[in-house]
Design a protein around this ligand. Structure first.
Ligand SMILES: [Cu+2]
Length: 153
């Protein structure tokens, strides 16, 4: 029964290919991306989003790039001596089955030395790189959001 055997082999090959596609970029869904609107001439801004890991392995965001800024870094906000400060982080973890939020006051994609004005109605193209080297392209609409407050009450 050669035809049957070759059908089984074909199925096996197909399954193997499907497995290989289960990389971080395939597991992680990006929802509600947006970039902070800033006044014309502003040096920096930030982008936010939700990263939802639908896979069975932990993943991490390890880098981001954008043509809208000369330098793009992953940042977090931390309280230090009663002051809100931000600092670069090498990775932002996205545990299996969980959602990691990049939001004002927390993790964000920092856009430094903007190459364009971030006005309402524009979009910022972002390329996200995950821990396995897989990449995902995201379009972040520019949105006006409230100024970050330093009050912690
Ligand atoms: Cu920052």
């Amino acid at each position: 029964m050669f035809p049957t055997r070759s059908l089984i082999l074909t199925l096996a090959a197909t399954l193997t290919c499907t497995q290989a596609l289960a990389d971080a970029a395939g597991d992680v869904q990006v929802t509600t991306p947006y970039a902070r609107q800033v006044p014309p001439g502003a040096v920096a801004s930030a982008a936010f989003m939700e990263l939802n890991n639908r896979g069975h392995e932990d993943h991490a965001l390890v880098a981001a790039a954008s043509p809208a800024a000369e330098v793009v870094e992953l940042h977090e906000h931390v309280m230090k001596d009663g002051m809100m400060q931000m600092r670069p982080v090498p990775r932002i973890g996205i545990p299996a089955g969980a959602t990691t939020r990049l939001q004002p006051g927390g993790y964000h994609v920092m856009l430094i030395h903007l190459r364009q004005d971030l006005a309402s109605g524009q979009t910022v193209p972002l390329t996200l790189t995950f821990e396995d080297g897989s990449k995902k392209a995201v379009e972040a609409p520019v949105r006006r959001i409230g100024a970050m407050t330093k009050k912690m009450h």
